[in-house]
Design a protein around this ligand. Structure first.
Ligand SMILES: Nc1nc2c(ncn2[C@@H]2O[C@H](COP(=O)(O)OP(=O)(O)OP(=O)(O)O)[C@@H](O)[C@H]2O)c(=O)[nH]1
Ligand SMILES: [Mg+2]
Length: 492
């Protein structure tokens, strides 16, 4: 029964196993309800189960045309399965789909990756199978699901419900297959990925153009930089501290120490800067300062932003210079054990003026602004540096500059600049290594040795290099001893 003849009937049962039915409305449109899809068919586009001539595309390829003609001939000659049989076939396919869930998934990647030769072979095969596609034996379709057959089956999945778009699609698919294209169901043709392998790399990493080359160049640069750094480190590690230096470090618990070690040695770790306390002593903290001069009260009396606002040089002065954040202000507090008189901060650049503190009536301690990196404008920092330089080179009452160096980082170019200036102006200075509590004892000793060696030829330097920690209190007593001598014997 063709669709035209069925056009007048209202309902036709196809006898499909799942009650598939086709409705033809008065306008000649046919809807096939197979239980899970609903498609519209225009009766005038479909004649005797085949595409009408106007749909047989003019631009079909020769192969496609041949294929379609073959189909027509075959179907005309054969008695042809009744419509209901085809529907049941479709249902069989549906059952098949259930059994093989991957059945309707076109292996696009697979088809895309097949070489062009294989593709043409497949196209040929498709042509052959296409003739018999409706007569596909049940067993064969169930058992062998190799990729080529799957492709054919999928393409023939909906041919008998030829609404305009689906028929177009089918024609396109046929065309594309005839042309050796893998663009099925409008899926974009997958480009073959080109994977470049580094022949020297056994891990076979993928190389991307440009990025990798830049990266490798950067890596090489970094490597060379680290090599240079390494050589510096190696040089540092090669330093052998003298036995006297090592014994000083050990005796004063300088360097990173475990608290249990200090506890066993009798220091009260509950107190601030415990190593500045006398071991096994329970009396008041202030009484433990052995140098009388440092028992005096520390009082702030002047701050100067410019040299004109320096106070008169009435007292011998001991100044604390160094890079920002090196621990100048903290050291003043630690020496006097008067925490909080001098303000400190973990942000570099807190001290921005030259601050003068009186320690009793005998000596002044001067806290200088730092140089180098600080949270301040460049021109402001330059002004501080100039002020410091002017102070250390011109101040008549200045008896000693304690040049503080962070033990971890050692001397930096700006430190050398200041040293040169003090050398020229014949200002006495002494190197003080700070923050020793975060460095291993052996490295503290190495740093001290390194600096002593490098400044051996200098004339204004006062040896030895001091090692302190404002946090643990290590080396503070020794520094007090040195500085109190200045206060005692200094003459204006
Ligand atoms: N671990 C450790 N930290 C320290 C030591 N001395 C100072 N610090 C810390 O270092 C930071 C800077 O200390 P400051 O005394 O403000 O340093 P500064 O040199 O006066 O800094 P500026 O005023 O900015 O030039 C603070 O967070 C201190 O707690 C020390 O001996 N050991
Ligand atoms: Mg400070």
């Amino acid at each position: 029964m063709d669709l035209k003849s069925r056009g007048k009937s209202k309902k036709v049962h196809h006898g499909g196993p799942l009650g598939s039915e086709s409705k033809v409305d008065g306008k000649g449109k046919t809807a096939v309800n197979s239980g899970w899809t609903r498609k519209r068919i225009f009766a005038d586009q479909y004649v005797d189960g085949e595409l009408s001539s106007n749909i047989k595309s003019k631009d079909l390829s020769k192969k496609g045309k041949r294929q379609m003609n073959d189909n027509t001939i075959k179907r005309k000659n054969s008695k042809g399965p009744p419509r209901s049989i085809w529907v049941s076939d479709r249902m069989k396919n549906a059952t098949l789909e259930k059994k093989h869930p991957s059945f309707d998934v076109i292996d696009a990647t697979e088809s895309a990756q097949v070489s062009s030769g294989k593709r043409s072979a497949r196209a040929k095969e498709e042509g052959k199978v296409g003739v018999n596609k409706y007569d596909l034996p049940k067993k064969q379709s169930k058992s062998k699901l190799d990729s080529s057959k799957r492709l054919v089956q999928i393409q023939t999945k909906h041919p008998i419900i030829p609404n305009l778009t689906s028929s177009k699609k089918t024609v396109q698919n046929k065309q594309s297959i005839a042309n050796g294209d893998s663009d099925i169901d409008g899926q974009p043709k997958k480009k073959k990925r080109v994977i470049r392998l580094d022949p020297h790399d056994i891990s076979n990493k993928r190389l991307d153009d440009g990025i990798v080359t830049n990266e490798s160049v950067q890596k090489k640069k970094k490597e060379s930089e680290t090599e240079a750094e390494m050589s510096k480190n190696a040089q540092f590690r090669a330093i052998k501290p003298s036995p006297s230096m090592l014994s000083f470090v050990e005796d004063n618990f300088i360097g990173r120490r475990r608290l249990i070690e200090l506890k066993r040695a009798g220091y009260n770790i509950e107190l601030s800067a415990p190593l500045d306390n006398i071991p096994f002593c329970t009396s008041c903290e202030r009484e433990r300062i052995e140098e009388n001069i440092f028992r005096n009260k520390l009082t702030f009396f002047a701050a100067a932003k410019v040299s004109s606002s320096f106070p008169p040089p009435d007292l011998p002065e001991i100044a604390f210079a160094g890079r920002s954040n090196v621990g100048k202000s903290s050291l003043l507090n630690a020496l006097t054990r008067q925490w909080g008189v001098v303000r400190t901060s973990d942000k570099p650049g807190l001290t921005q003026t030259i601050n003068f503190f009186k320690l009793g009536s005998k000596v002044s301690l001067v806290d200088l602004p730092g140089y180098g990196f600080a949270y301040a404008k460049e021109e402001v920092k330059d002004a501080w540096e100039e002020l410091v330089k002017e102070y250390v080179s011109t101040r008549v009452s200045l008896k000693r500059v304690c040049l503080l160096i962070d033990t971890k980082w050692g001397m930096k170019p700006r430190d050398h600049e200041l040293i040169d200036l003090m050398e020229r102006s014949q200002t006495k200075y002494q190197i003080v290594l700070t923050k020793t509590d975060v460095i291993f004892p052996i490295d503290v000793a190495r740093r001290a040795m390194q600096i002593e060696e490098s400044l051996k030829a200098n004339k204004s330097i006062v040896q030895p290099v001091m090692m302190v920690s404002s946090k643990s209190g290590a080396g503070i007593r020794s520094l007090r001893t040195v500085l109190s001598k200045i206060a005692r014997f200094a003459k204006l």
